[in-house]
Design a protein around this ligand. Structure first.
Ligand code: PXL
Length: 270
């Protein structure tokens, strides 16, 4: 039985991070253990006065207990982190608890639309980049990728050469496979570039007209579930894109803080 560990926050309300990862990865029939990076009353994208408890100090005792119990994982999938010092903890977990041949999947969840999420700065970005340099798969959106490369964010008007250069730079500094989301060469389309160190493959869907919160987490969770089910990275990227689009389509217009991905789960290609 495949068992993975996901490291990201618990946003108690908000349809993101762990509350999204658990049901989606479970839908692929994969056991998912959690290591919460922080507990927030809501996510940070539009709610005011949210609570935030950084769980960094609890992490070592949690994973040291797992080490004593002989618990290990087929993959480790990380998302939103509560503090830059968690990068070292994740690298230690990878070293101690990731099975031989297991995969480290990093979604550097920290920015969107050219802006860092509330609470993050460039020193956090540089630490997240260091984590990405150790990963088998990274899933940055274009904002996160350009922040990590210290390049200006460009939201349209670029070409394939530009996208491939972004992927190559991230690959050159260590990430083995780059799944770059939020790529668009045409206003009506949105897609993903999948770079494995040799070739770049693209997958596009019709662009949904609204901006939705939490879709990066829906995407990365579905990618992880599909990849760990034995799909290729390209096929997993495609399954995750189709699922995310379906989730957006099934979200009522007045539902502002997330996507109702729950309704799309029966449509996941497995
Ligand atoms: O969806 C990414 C995410 C995860 N966790 C928290 C967030 C966000 C995005 O804003 O605020 C706490």
């Amino acid at each position: 039985m495949t068992r993975i560990l996901t490291v990201q926050d618990i946003s108690c309300v908000g349809q993101c991070s762990i509350t999204v990862a658990l049901p989606i990865i479970s839908a692929f029939g994969i056991e998912t253990s959690i290591l919460p990076s922080a507990v927030l009353s809501t996510h940070t994208g539009g709610f005011k006065g949210f609570t935030f408890r950084d769980l960094s100090d609890d992490m070592p005792s949690i994973y040291n207990h797992w080490a004593k119990e002989g618990i290990d994982f087929d993959a480790i999938y990380t998302g939103y982190l509560g503090n830059a010092k968690q990068v070292d903890y994740i690298l230690e977990i990878t070293d101690k608890l990731l099975k031989k041949g297991g995969k480290l999947i990093v979604d550097p969840a920290m920015a969107d639309y050219g802006k860092l999420y509330t609470g993050f700065d460039m020193s956090f970005v540089d630490e997240m980049k260091r984590l990405c340099d150790h990963a088998d798969y990274i899933l940055p959106n274009l904002s996160e990728a350009t922040f990590m490369l210290h390049q200006p964010y460009v939201d349209h008007g670029y070409d394939e050469k530009y996208i491939e250069e972004v992927c190559k730079k991230l690959h050159r500094s260590g990430a083995k496979n780059v799944i770059l989301t939020g790529v668009s060469f045409h206003p009506d389309q949105l897609g993903v570039a999948v770079y494995d160190g040799n070739k770049t493959e693209y997958y596009f869907t019709e662009r949904e007209k609204r901006n939705s919160h939490g879709t990066g987490d829906v995407y990365a969770s579905a990618f992880t579930g599909a990849l760990l089910s034995g799909k290729t990275a390209y096929k997993a990227a495609q399954i995750a894109a189709d699922f995310t689009v379906k989730a957006i389509q099934l979200t009522p217009a007045d539902h502002w803080y997330g996507v109702t991905f729950e309704k799309a789960i029966p449509f996941i290609e497995r």
